[in-house]
Design a protein around this ligand. Structure first.
Ligand code: AHR
Length: 514
């Protein structure tokens, strides 16, 4: 073909195809019979006695002018119910290994005060205790996840707590509970056996902790664990693979149901930078640590697979989220930070990772629920706002307990300063015949086009929601609570089973079949 004719054809093609969406990333979705179910517990939360999380955040007290139910703010209860939160971890964090639960039961005026040594050294009056927390979980329809004290507690104190909340009758602790006004037990299933035992939980070696864990886990249950308690061992900090190796090697399988992992996202641990005033370099670094979650899960899973090929022990990421400097003028020990589109990017990509790894990851807890770290809600007096992270969590509720549809694709790159990260993240699921797909584009500048073949899934129509904004730094304030909110999304086409989506820069899109 002569050159000029080729040129004319090329020009014609350009005219003919102008305005059509050229898919650049092709995602294949598999409708696999034996794919795992995405446990709704991956969408769990965490509320620690830390800063304004419990006191002032969740709990304002029965006499507060702020509308409340048994002292817990009604606006927050409604928001968490809307989020369908599946579980709530309490009372810590580092606080858990300083907490003596008996200080938080009985008449409130008789409860001893305590000093919160880890978080700001403030004095607490213990007015929010076991009954308050477990009744709140009942109200929310969420499973409680109690983190017990190994660092400064005893086996007796721990087993008394289990007896107090789980025995129906015939034991000293069941009698005490009834005297405190609760006839029926709450039947708490999820128990954390200490927290960060390599650090604030006691600076232990994994070998020492594994032995201690065996001791506690033995007395927590009957020999056969017929009450079906779910025991979660305090797990590794990020890439401490040795920690997981020792736990998996040294703890007999009948004593353990889950192994934890903690990983936060940050710019640099020693120079975290502002939560809302950051540049692209800081954004890129934060996303690098957020996306590291994939490698962490892969490598911890490899170790678990070695000792537990049957996958009887779950990986529980019971602390994750973005960690920045506190807001100016606030107590540095209170970890109060704003929440921007950067956090929406962390949430969207991390939850996609958890969904895709749902064969081993059965629970995760965002740190934390309110007024601390990557919160879903912030409060100021009687006002409350929902953060971009809240909106992502809400958009992703479609994946709760849905069957995973494994995806396969090569992501385009988000490049900054000579370094690259995968720009696009995807997960998909199916529940009661409906298909849901969540897509994230973390690129700060470029839109990305994605094509997904849905023919085998027989999807005819879809609706979509998007969370994005003008700037990555955008966030909701008490003056403007609606700056970042989800909107209906129309920039997609579904023709003959092929879905084509154009993802704007830094956006989260969730599509659902109708
Ligand atoms: O979530 C804040 C703190 O981070 C927790 O108390 C601790 O477990 C972790 O180091």
């Amino acid at each position: 073909m002569n050159k000029s004719f080729k040129g004319i054809l090329g020009g014609l093609a350009a005219v003919l195809f102008a305005g059509t969406v050229q898919a650049q990333t092709t995602v294949s979705i598999e409708n696999k019979e034996d794919a795992p179910v995405i446990s709704k517990h991956i969408y769990g939360h965490f509320a620690e006695h830390l800063g304004r999380s419990i006191y002032d955040g969740l709990y304002v007290g029965e006499d507060s002018p702020i509308p409340n139910t048994n002292g817990v703010r009604n606006d927050l209860i409604a928001a968490l119910k809307d989020l369908q939160i599946p579980n709530l971890r309490w009372p810590g964090g580092c606080f858990a290994d300083t907490y003596h639960w008996k200080d938080g039961i009985g008449p409130k005026e008789d409860r001893p005060t305590i000093v919160n040594a880890w978080w700001g050294g403030v004095t607490e009056d213990n007015s929010f205790g076991t009954h308050d927390f477990l009744n709140l979980c009942e109200e929310l329809g969420a499973e409680p996840y109690l983190a017990a004290n190994l660092g400064s507690g005893t086996v007796e104190e721990f087993t008394d707590w289990i007896q107090y909340v789980n025995h129906s009758e015939g034991s000293p602790m069941a009698k005490l509970r009834k005297e405190n006004g609760k006839e029926e037990p709450w039947n708490v299933k999820y128990w954390g056996v200490g927290n960060e035992m390599w650090g604030c939980g006691g600076n232990m070696t994994p070998e020492f902790y594994a032995n201690l864990y065996r001791q506690y886990a033995t007395f927590m249950t009957s020999w056969e664990n017929e009450n079906d308690l779910y025991r979660i061992a305090s797990g590794a900090n990020q890439d401490d693979y040795h920690w997981t190796e020792v736990l998996m090697r040294d703890v007999p399988k009948h004593l353990i149901e889950g192994v934890a992992l903690h990983s936060y996202s940050f710019v640099e641990w020693d120079e975290k930078g502002s939560a809302s005033d950051f540049n692209e370099e800081q954004y890129f670094s934060t996303m690098k640590t957020a996306l590291w979650m994939q490698e962490l899960i892969d490598k911890h899973t490899d170790i678990m697979d070695k000792y537990d090929p049957e996958k009887e022990i779950d990986l529980i990421v019971d602390e994750w989220g973005g960690w920045y400097e506190v807001e100016e003028g606030t107590n540095p020990g209170f970890l109060y930070q704003q929440n921007t589109m950067r956090d929406a990017m962390i949430a969207g990509t991390t939850l996609n990772i958890f969904n895709n790894e749902s064969e081993r990851v059965k629970m995760a807890n965002l740190a934390q629920t309110v007024n601390v770290l990557q919160a879903v809600a912030l409060t100021e007096g009687e006002n409350m706002l929902l953060t971009p992270t809240y909106h992502v969590m809400k958009m992703y509720t479609v994946h709760h307990d849905a069957k995973l549809l494994p995806v396969d694709f090569d992501s385009p790159e988000y490049t900054y300063n000579g370094e690259s990260l995968p720009a696009v993240s995807v997960s998909a699921s199916k529940k009661e015949g409906n298909v849901a797909i969540s897509l994230v584009n973390i690129d700060s500048q470029k839109e990305n086009e994605v094509e997904i073949d849905l023919e085998a899934l027989d999807v005819k129509n879809m609706t979509a929601t998007i969370l994005t904004s003008d700037k990555l730094q955008d966030h909701n304030t008490f003056e403007n609570t609606e700056k970042v909110t989800p909107e209906e999304f129309k920039d997609f086409k579904l023709r003959r089973g092929k879905l084509q989506v154009t993802l704007p820069p830094f956006s989260v899109v969730v599509l659902e079949s109708k």
